[in-house]
Design a protein around this ligand. Structure first.
Ligand code: TXA
Ligand code: MG
Length: 325
């Protein structure tokens, strides 16, 4: 089995040389950790799919270090793309553009488009600058919860990749917003950059939704973000209590995850607080799932209409498989 090293910033040069020689390396971004390979090297990119167990038809995002690299990976870039990158990058926004022929179809999963983003993380951008544009999905085994720390990446990929760059806990905590700019602009995956924020720059078609039968973004049709223990959503605090007691009596050793407000009055239960702002909820949700699935036997998450936005609900509906009480 391969030895997997974890290195902080001092490992960037080694990571860059591994990328250049066709290896796969995990690295931090501001959203979640990525599992990266040279975006121009199809053999290297294939290793990502193998390591993750990722379906072949789910394309990867190409990460660039600044706007000057955009035309290396995309072609016929519209003005909106430059405007949006000027406003929101580096940051958690992925734009789907026409693919430059230099990007192999392994990256785009056979599509003529490519997702591109400029991560707001110094280690990530320095790694790209020293190596190449990097194709990277989130650094988790397929279907599992995305990793927000180097340790969580290690849990999934020890023995499978040579190096994990450790940049500490990620700032945003959920994956980037994916905006399609080929054809009518549409959000393919909601994220911290909201439709309202984007609408100042581009007119977005609301009708195009995550349709499980005709996915515009291949990734949306797959099971995703699921903790390895039973996970349900309780629609309010009282239902969470009832569910907890039922599970406790069944020996299912539950934990309740909720915002500060939803956890009021639950002092005698095992709980984990998502805090009191939308940013805190986004930031903690995956890391709490990762912690909870190692520690408890089941998870009850309490719905909070004020603090759980479209981006978080998109993930939670998948994490729970739509199970509600
Ligand atoms: O924040 C993020 O975006 C993280 C970090 C590592 O950058 N990456 C990430 O990658 O979440 P991944 O592979 O887990 O999700 C990429 C999503 C998938 O839903 C995929 O289908 C979609 O982006 N996507 C990528 N390229 C696409 C394309 N050309 N057309 C449509 N959807 C695309
Ligand atoms: Mg992912």
């Amino acid at each position: 089995m391969m030895k997997t090293e974890i290195k902080k910033e001092e490992g960037i040069a080694l990571a860059a040389s591994l990328i250049v020689s066709g290896e796969v390396v995990a690295f931090p971004t501001e959203t979640v950790y990525g599992l990266g390979a040279d975006a121009f090297n199809s053999e290297a990119v294939k290793k990502i799919f193998i390591a993750k167990g990722r379906p072949q038809d789910n394309p990867l995002i190409v990460h660039i270090c600044d706007i000057s690299e955009l035309t290396l990976v995309a072609r016929e870039v519209p003005d909106e793309a430059y405007m949006l990158f000027a406003e929101f990058s580096p940051g958690p926004l992925t734009l789907v553009l026409k693919k430059n022929p230099n990007i192999p179809y392994e990256v785009s999963a056979g599509l003529d488009t490519v997702g591109v983003r400029i991560p707001d993380n110094k280690i990530a951008r320095e790694l790209i600058r020293l190596s190449s544009p990097i194709a990277a999905p989130s650094a988790n085994l397929s279907t599992r919860v995305s990793a927000t720390t180097a340790e969580y990446v290690y849990d999934d990929f020890k023995g499978k990749i040579p190096l994990i760059l450790d940049g500490g806990a990620t700032r945003v905590g959920i994956e980037s917003t994916v905006l399609n700019l080929v054809g009518t602009p549409a959000i393919l995956r909601p994220g911290a950059i909201t439709k309202e924020m984007l609408s100042n720059f581009v007119k977005i078609d609301d009708q195009i939704k995550d349709d499980i039968n005709a996915p515009r973004s291949p990734g949306t049709k797959y099971k995703h973000y699921a903790p390895i223990v039973d996970t349900v959503m309780a629609m309010d605090t009282d239902r969470a209590k009832i569910e907890y007691i039922k599970k406790e009596n069944n020996g299912e050793y539950p934990v309740i995850i909720g915002t500060d407000k939803s956890l009021e009055g639950l002092n005698i239960f095992r709980t984990m607080s998502l805090g009191k702002s939308r940013e805190e909820v986004e930031n903690r949700i995956y890391s709490y799932f990762r912690f909870a699935e190692k520690t408890y036997k089941s998870i009850i998450i309490i719905y909070d209409a004020c603090l759980m936005d479209e981006a978080v609900m998109n993930r939670l509906n998948k994490s729970t498989g739509g199970k509600r009480v």
